[in-house]
Design a protein around this ligand. Structure first.
Ligand code: 5GP
Ligand code: ZN
Length: 143
């Protein structure tokens, strides 16, 4: 736990999020500034700054969950594609320094952005998280 880390605060229940899924090692919640509706972040429960500070085991867990979340997005939102991005270091565009992976629904013809400046509307995030969470827990973890 790093006191000044927003993702640690979310994991500790001290800051709010729109949760989608949880495992022993990970939390998945909606990005507060979604690039597209349904933009998810898979976050390690333990605080690691980035890939260089993490362990292969933790990264493997995030990778494992990414398949479940990709299936969840495609099945629930019928998106044409799913972009998976993981940024390490400010030079790579990382802005929150707690290891995480973006899983972003994509539609044909959309511009490709990882980050958005527009905060998602709370009611829309809440409804989206409820849909995705229900779908994620309905799938097998090896889907
Ligand atoms: P990075 O640039 O580090 O790969 O991505 C960090 C992501 O975290 C960004 O897409 C940003 O929108 C998102 N983010 C920043 N602050 C918060 C927050 O307080 N809650 C949630 N859910 N997402 C956040
Ligand atoms: Zn943290």
């Amino acid at each position: 736990m790093s006191d000044d880390c927003i993702f640690c605060q979310i994991i500790a229940g001290k800051a709010q999020c729109h949760p989608v899924h949880e495992t022993r090692y990970t939390r998945t919640f909606l990005d507060a500034f979604p690039s597209t509706p349904g933009h998810c972040l898979i976050v390690t429960k333990a605080h690691f700054t980035d890939i260089f500070d993490s362990t292969p085991e933790e990264i493997a867990m995030v990778g494992h969950v990414s398949t479940l979340i990709a299936h969840t997005l495609r099945e629930e939102l019928q998106c044409d594609g799913v972009g998976i991005y993981q940024l390490n270091g400010a030079a790579a565009g990382q802005t929150v320094f707690h290891y995480h992976m973006h899983v972003i629904p994509r539609m044909v013809g959309q511009e490709l952005h990882i980050h958005s400046r527009a905060r998602g509307a709370p009611a829309e995030l809440e409804a989206m998280a409820a849909r995705l969470s229900k779908r994620a827990y309905s799938l097998r973890t090896d889907d």
